[in-house]
Design a protein around this ligand. Structure first.
Ligand code: MRU
Length: 348
């Protein structure tokens, strides 16, 4: 796995790896126009909420160097922000870079690169806090963790969010097994999470999305840990399609369900999950796998890219700054809460 940053600025270009081709092909993209960047975001060559924030900010820099003038850059910024609607980090990154436009293109780029460097620190803080929480919640020397989609290095500017916590625990010899869901339809779990876990020599097993509830029911999983694309003010969490059924199954089996995300994913302007715009993707992502048709020609699919998990199913949301307990807004310090939640788990 490349040790460089997920998205780098190199002499007027954004350099990144095409995430759609991994793990079998390592295609480096050199993006020099906003059109190319919008296309890369829309087809998920660049993906994962924090990485989208960095890409959006760097995209404004591309436009600022190209146009200089205010109006065309703002038009490009609007196109970038709309390239994918659910991950709030994309518009957040675009807006942050745009806020420096009056100072010129160098200032826009400085803001974008500062945002990328910040994400590295944010990842480290959130994943280490999440690791502490998970250790306390699960009360086992080595954890069995189920995760969904891909929340690791290429999805962020650092070690990752949910997968960052896994790396953190693994670094201390505290991971027994990671169950990585395939994550249909685009297989971010099978292609990217497995690749990253394998690279880090962390024990893992791949499962089809529909096997997750059975793994929980069989008592094979100590905690479910996922990322987020947008968190509403009430704690409802939009994340990759298939997250909500995981949360339902985790609640049924009293397994902690933990979200790890940067503060920038929390959208105070969105009151609840119902107000989150869910991206709908084309049918052919569902009707074929790796270019091979799997159903009758012309079949229309229902293909939302994300779902919303109500906050009352979320044990904890961990950010670089805090732990938030949407399912248990009562009081109590961390130790009390961990006791309460761990007792529930033991009862089961
Ligand atoms: O459609 P994707 O692959 O961009 O969806 C990504 C996810 O849902 C991730 O869980 C989320 O962005 C967090 S990445 C740290």
């Amino acid at each position: 796995m490349s040790a460089g940053p997920t998205l780098a600025w190199d002499d007027g270009a954004i350099v990144t790896v095409d995430q759609t081709a991994l793990p079998h092909r390592h295609n480096v993209l050199r993006i020099t126009t906003v059109d190319e960047l919008v296309d890369a975001i829309a087809r998920l060559a660049i993906r994962g909420a924090p990485a989208l924030g960095i890409a959006g900010a760097l995209g404004v820099a591309l436009s600022a160097y190209r146009h200089g003038a205010d109006e065309p850059v703002r038009r490009d910024a609007a196109r970038l922000a709309a390239a994918r609607p659910t991950a709030v980090n994309l518009a957040w990154g675009v807006d942050r870079a745009l806020s420096r436009l009056a100072e010129g293109a160098d200032a826009v780029l400085a803001e974008a690169t500062a945002l990328a460097a910040e994400d590295e620190r944010v990842n480290r803080a959130a994943s280490s806090r999440a690791a502490d929480l998970l250790r306390g919640l699960c009360r086992r020397p080595r954890l069995r963790i189920l995760t969904h989609c891909h929340t690791g290095r290429l999805a962020t500017g650092g070690v990752g969010t949910a997968l960052g916590a896994v790396h953190h625990l693994a670094g201390q010899g505290q991971v027994e097994m990671v169950f990585a869901t395939e994550t249909r339809p685009l297989l971010q779990g099978a292609r990217l999470t497995v690749w990253e876990l394998r690279d880090a020599a962390i024990p893992h097993r791949l499962l089809v999305d529909s096997a997750a509830a059975s793994a929980l029911a069989a008592g094979l999983v100590d905690c479910v840990v996922v990322g987020a694309d947008r968190i509403a003010a009430n704690g409802d969490v939009a994340n990759k399609i298939g997250t909500y059924p995981l949360a339902v199954a985790a609640a049924r089996h009293r397994v902690p369900f933990v979200v790890v995300a940067p503060e920038s994913t929390i959208d105070g302007a969105t009151p609840d999950g119902a107000a989150i715009s869910i991206e709908q993707r084309p049918s052919d992502e569902v009707t074929s796998v790796a270019g091979v048709d799997t159903t009758c020609a012309g079949t229309q699919a229902f293909n939302p890219a994300f779902d919303v998990t109500p906050g009352d199913l979320v044990t904890a949301i961990v950010t670089e700054d805090r732990v938030w307990y949407p399912a248990d807004p009562g009081t109590g310090d961390l130790a009390d809460r961990i006791d309460r939640l761990a007792t529930m788990v033991e009862d089961f």
